[in-house]
Design a protein around this ligand. Structure first.
Ligand code: ZN
Length: 596
C-alpha cells in the first residue's frame, strides 16, 4: 500500500520580520509518539549548519487540540501518542542570503527545504504535498513561484506553473532537493535537447536574458549529450540571486541555486565573453554537471544521506574535483570560450594549488573526509594544512584524463569513465564504493583502459606528491612553464587591516615564520620606515633574496621586533602554451581531447 502523503504548507508569515510559517501534517503518526527532525546540514555543502537554531517557535495539534512537544536534542522533537492526524507548525527565521539556507524580506523569499521542512521520522519514503502560499497583503500581489518542484496536478488546490498552491515531491529527500524562489523575478526559458529549462533572476539587474539563455542552452546541450540522451530530469531551473558582490552555487537534482554579482551577468550589447561573465558561466556549468556527478552518481556513503550528522566520504575529489575539471572544459568544448582562455584558466588553477604548502601535508582523500572540520572551516593555518579537493581534484582529473588518453593512444579518456559511472552507478542508484585507500573509480578506469593505475591513484589521491603535469602534457603538444615572482619572498599572505599590513597566513617554513612572525601580526615598519599595504611590494622589490630586514610589528597590543631573512621569489605564475613544433600524433591527441 502506498503511504498517505505528508502534507506541508509554507507561507511568508511576516516578511518584514523574516519569518516563515511552516507546517507538516502526518496522517498516521507513529503510535508510540511521532518524532520530527530538521536536517543538521544541506547536501552539497559539507558543514553542520544546525538549521533548527532558526526555529523560533514550534507547536503541535491533533484532533483540534494542541499537544505538547518534547525536545529530544538540538533538532529533534517528539509528540505524545495521538489519535488521527498530527500537525506540527513552526516559525522559522530566514535571514541567510546564501544558496544554502532561507531568506525572506519584503522584496523576495527563497528557501531550501532542508532549512525549513521537518522530517517525520519513519515517513521518509512517503510522498509529499507542499502548499506554497503567498505572503498576506496586496503588496505581494505580483509575486510568483519558481522551483523545479512539480505542481500537484490532479490535487485540489494544485498550483499553476509559477503560481502559488500545491506542489508535490516523491519523498522527503526530493522535497528538500528543490529550492524555491518567490517574488517578482525575471524569467528566461529555453529548451536543451528538448528539455524545458528556466533561468530565474531575482535582485536588481540589467541582465541580457537572451544572451544568457543562448549561452546556457549551448552548455546544457553539450552536457546532456556528453552523458547521453535522454537527460535525467524532466525540466531544470537555474535560480539566480544577483547582488552587489557575491559568488556561490549549490547543486540539486533538477535545479541549482546561484548567487552572483549583478555585474557578472551579461548586459545588452556586450561583445565577447568578459572574464566576469565567463566565471559566471563556469559556475552554471559546474552546478549543471552535478546533475549527474553527485546528485545521481553518488558516493555509497550518501545513499542515503545521514541528515543528522557529518556524512563522511573520501571521494569529494571525484565529485567536486572532476566537476571542476569539466565545468571549464565543457565551456571550451561547446564553444563558449576559446582555447587560450581555457589554457589560462587551467594554468591559474595549477598555480593556485602549487602555492599552498598544505598540498604537501594533506591528501585529497583526507581533505574530502575532513571537509566538515577543515575545508569548510578555514582559518589562518588552512593554506599550510589543507589542500582543496576542488582545485587539486580538478588537476587530478586533468592528469588522469591525460594518462588515459596517452596510455591508450586516444582510445579511452576520462569522458568514458564518467559515462561508465553514469551507466553503472548513476542510472542504477548504486553508490560508488570506497575504502580508506582505494575506490571503484580506480577499478573502473583500469577496466576501461586496461592500464594499471594503482600507482597513479596512490600518488595523486592517497599521497601528497605533486602531479607530473609538465610530463603528462607533453604528448599533447602543450608546454607548462613557470614564472617566478619579482619580489623576494616574505613567506606570508597579507591583507589590508585598516591601512595596516596584516599577516593573514604565515607559510610553513618560510622567512616570516622562521623569524617568529605570526598570523594576525600587524606590520608597522621595515628597516625603520613605515610600511603600508600599498607600499609593501615595492619595498620588498628593492631588496634581494638573502637580505635581512628589521620588521616592527604589533602582536595584539605589544610592539615587537623581528629579523627576517628574505627568500628567493617563489614560482608564481604558470603558463600553458601550445608547443610550436608538436608532432602530428600530439596534434591528433590534442584535437580528440580539446576539440580545438
Ligand atoms: Zn560543486
Amino acid at each position: 500500500m502506498r503511504p498517505a502523503p505528508l502534507r506541508y504548507a509554507i507561507r511568508p508569515l511576516r516578511p518584514e520580520a523574516h519569518l516563515f510559517e511552516v507546517s507538516c501534517t502526518v496522517a498516521a503518526p507513529a503510535p508510540a509518539g511521532q518524532r520530527f527532525a530538521l536536517p543538521a546540514w544541506i547536501p552539497g555543502s559539507y558543514l553542520i549548519r544546525d538549521f533548527a537554531r532558526h526555529v523560533v517557535a514550534i507547536r503541535a495539534e491533533a484532533g483540534g487540540k494542541s499537544v505538547r512537544l518534547a525536545k529530544l536534542d538540538k533538532h529533534t522533537w517528539q509528540a505524545p501518542p495521538v489519535k488521527g492526524a498530527l500537525t506540527v507548525t513552526c516559525e522559522v527565521y530566514a535571514w541567510d542570503l546564501s544558496v544554502r539556507g532561507a531568506h525572506l524580506d519584503t522584496t523576495h523569499a527563497f528557501f531550501n527545504g532542508a532549512s525549513v521542512f521537518l522530517r517525520p521520522l519513519g515517513h521518509e519514503e512517503a510522498p509529499c504535498l507542499v502548499d506554497i502560499q503567498a505572503p498576506p497583503g496586496a503588496a505581494y500581489a505580483d509575486w510568483r513561484v519558481a522551483s523545479a518542484l512539480a505542481p500537484a496536478r490532479g490535487e485540489k488546490g494544485a498550483a499553476a506553473r509559477h503560481g502559488f498552491g500545491l506542489y508535490r515531491a516523491e519523498n522527503y529527500d526530493a522535497l528538500i532537493d528543490h529550492p524555491v524562489e518567490m517574488g517578482n523575478f525575471t524569467l528566461g526559458s529555453f529548451k536543451a535537447c528538448g528539455v524545458p529549462h528556466e533561468i530565474v533572476v531575482s535582485g536588481r539587474h540589467d541582465c541580457d536574458m537572451e544572451r544568457l539563455c543562448a549561452d546556457l542552452k549551448r552548455i546544457c546541450e553539450w552536457q546532456i549529450r556528453f552523458f547521453g540522451e535522454p537527460a535525467p530530469m524532466a525540466r531544470y531551473v537555474f535560480l539566480v540571486t544577483a547582488v552587489g558582490d557575491g559568488y556561490g552555487g549549490l547543486e540539486h537534482r533538477a535545479s541549482t541555486a546561484l548567487l552572483c554579482a549583478r555585474d557578472d551577468l551579461p548586459q545588452r550589447g556586450m561583445t565577447g565573453t568578459p572574464e566576469r561573465y565567463r566565471t559566471f558561466l563556469g559556475l552554471c556549468s559546474h552546478e549543471y554537471f552535478h546533475t549527474w556527478n553527485v546528485k545521481r552518481i553518488k558516493p555509497a556513503a550518501f545513499t542515503p544521506y545521514d541528515l543528522d550528522a557529518e556524512n563522511h566520504t573520501t571521494l569529494l575529489w571525484a565529485f567536486e574535483g572532476f566537476t571542476s575539471y569539466y565545468d571549464d572544459l565543457a565551456l571550451l568544448r561547446c564553444g563558449a570560450i576559446a582555447l587560450d582562455d581555457w589554457l589560462a584558466l587551467t594554468a591559474k588553477n595549477l598555480a593556485n594549488v602549487s602555492r599552498g604548502p598544505g598540498r604537501l601535508r594533506q591528501t585529497l582523500a583526507e581533505s574530502s573526509f575532513d571537509a566538515w572540520s577543515k575545508f569548510y572551516r578555514p582559518d589562518e593555518n588552512t593554506p599550510n594544512a589543507v589542500v582543496s579537493y576542488y582545485a587539486k581534484g580538478a588537476l587530478v582529473a586533468l592528469a588522469l584524463d591525460l594518462t588515459l588518453r596517452a596510455g591508450t593512444q586516444g582510445r579511452v579518456a576520462l569522458d568514458d569513465v564518467m559515462r561508465a559511472l553514469w551507466e553503472r552507478y548513476g542510472k542504477t542508484g548504486r553508490g560508488v564504493g570506497e575504502s580508506a585507500h582505494d575506490s571503484d573509480i580506480r577499478r573502473l578506469a583500469e577496466e576501461l583502459s586496461g592500464l594499471s593505475l594503482k600507482r597513479f591513484f596512490d600518488d595523486a589521491v592517497y599521497g601528497t606528491r605533486d602531479l607530473p603535469l609538465a610530463r603528462l602534457l607533453k604528448p599533447f603538444g602543450i608546454a607548462l612553464e613557470w614564472e617566478a615572482g619579482k619580489t623576494p619572498a616574505l613567506g606570508a599572505r597579507t591583507s589590508d587591516e585598516g591601512g595596516f599590513v596584516k599577516l593573514a597566513t604565515v607559510y610553513d617554513g618560510g622567512p616570516a615564520q622562521d623569524a617568529g612572525l605570526a598570523a594576525g601580526d600587524l606590520l608597522l615598519a621595515l628597516d625603520g620606515l613605515r610600511v603600508a599595504p600599498a607600499t609593501l611590494d615595492a619595498r620588498l622589490a628593492r631588496r634581494r633574496p638573502g637580505d635581512t630586514l628589521t620588521v616592527h610589528a604589533f602582536r595584539r597590543d605589544e610592539l615587537m621586533e623581528f629579523r627576517v631573512r628574505l627568500a628567493p621569489p617563489t614560482p608564481e605564475t604558470a603558463h600553458l602554451t601550445l608547443a610550436p613544433r608538436a608532432t602530428a600524433q600530439a596534434r591528433t591527441l590534442r584535437r580528440q581531447w580539446l576539440g580545438a
